[in-house]
Write a protein that binds this ligand. Structure first.
Ligand code: SAH
Length: 356
């Protein structure tokens, strides 16, 4: 039986150095390998050209690099690029590059599937299969950064955790992945340009504050009234608006970071003046801004997107009352790359078939 190789990127720098020393080699070799893995994003031991053949062979025998592969990359009419990401165990997630002038935003996944079953979300219809590891999160960013360079000759400027999964239910790995993306030993990107989006796990929002994170936080709010929010986001039953609101106040007190509220406007559900008033009250809890998101139908006919005239009125009401609010039009619709579309069933099946 072949022994399971260790995912080399699960080791810390110290552990890597210790492994080399235990193998009768120099500690600095561990440092070199660490640089290949996290700074130069190496996906094979052969690439590590400053190591001799024996060392590379030893690595190859004992360790694996669980490299994420790009499958079925598609470019939308509006320049948005989406791809499936195949993980080492053949599971799939997806990521997107959203170009807007000089701004290049990567949208990445944190879990395979999702456990939260938000009614309007395509990923919510899948089971949560597993968490992504820090290296799988890092790899998605590296791939998307390469697309920005290849297609638009621009560096990646922003990262949002708005792909598949609930990042705060994969807390440790998401933070470790971000650490590799931001540290000078890794990609050296600014944490200020990263936004983690959550459906609202109060306890973990407080933990972010305690851990004094430097990245931004977005809450997928979608209704500022518990009855309505319970109807579309079951997580609200155990993490209601009061609990989430308090957690956000705690977060702001510690980090001084303004929170973003995402609010999908659904027709005949949450786009009326009463809803805007409730949202305004919620916004007063903590310095914040609102992104009003156009709903992308997921094919089950349960929800419809609100009329533009209603959305505009909704937005104007908020602005008139001192809230920073913007309407976000959907991008990449023709390739199912728009928000909430990443687990589009038909597409997922096609990806799986292609792989067989
Ligand atoms: N679990 C996290 C991150 C993934 S969802 C969260 O809930 O925030 C990323 C964003 O896409 C969330 O704001 C989510 O509410 C939104 N979204 C999901 N389905 C959508 C759809 N069909 N149309 C528009 N936005 C959608």
């Amino acid at each position: 039986m072949e022994l399971q190789k260790i995912d080399i990127r699960s080791l810390t720098l110290d552990q890597l150095k210790a492994a080399f020393v235990a193998n009768g080699d120099k500690a600095f070799r561990g440092q070199q390998v660490y640089e290949w893995l996290w700074k130069k994003s190496a996906h094979s031991f052969e690439q590590m050209s400053n190591l001799n053949f024996e060392t590379r062979n030893w690595l190859q025998t004992n360790y694996a690099i669980h490299a994420v592969e790009v499958v079925d990359k598609q470019v939308s009419n509006d320049g948005t690029i989406k791809s499936g990401f195949k993980l080492y165990d053949n599971k799939l997630v997806e990521g997107v590059l959203i170009p807007a002038d000089e701004r290049m935003t990567a949208c990445v996944s944190s879990q395979v599937g999702c456990s939260l079953t938000c009614r309007f979300c395509a990923t919510g219809k899948l089971d949560r299969e597993r968490n992504l590891s820090p290296d799988e999160i890092y790899d998605q960013v590296v791939h998307i950064r390469n697309w920005a360079q290849q297609h638009y000759q621009n560096p990646l400027t922003n990262i949002v955790f708005m792909g598949m999964g609930e990042p705060l239910l994969n807390y440790a790995n998401v933070l470790k992945g971000i650490e590799k993306i931001t540290s000078p030993e890794g990609l050296g990107m600014s944490a200020e340009r990263i936004t983690v989006s959550t459906a609202g796990i109060a306890k973990m929002i407080k933990k972010l504050a305690d851990d004094n994170v430097r990245f931004n936080l977005a809450l997928s709010l979608h209704a500022a009234n518990d009855t309505k929010r319970n109807m579309i986001m079951p997580i609200n039953e155990s993490n209601n608006l009061k609990a989430v609101g308090e957690a956000l106040q705690y977060f702001y007190k510690k980090t001084k970071k303004r929170v973003t509220f995402e609010y999908i406007a659904f027709k005949n559900f949450n786009e009326g003046l009463e809803d805007a008033k409730e949202l305004l009250q919620f916004c007063k809890l903590v310095p914040s801004k609102v992104n009003i998101i156009e709903y992308n139908p997921t094919g089950d006919g349960q929800f419809e997107k609100a009329d533009s005239s209603k959305i505009d009125k909704f937005c104007q009401y908020l602005e008139k009352n001192g809230v920073i609010a913007k309407v976000r039009r959907s991008r990449g619709k023709d390739i199912d790359a728009a928000c909430g579309q990443l687990a589009n069933k038909k597409h997922e099946e096609a990806l799986i078939k292609e792989d067989q």
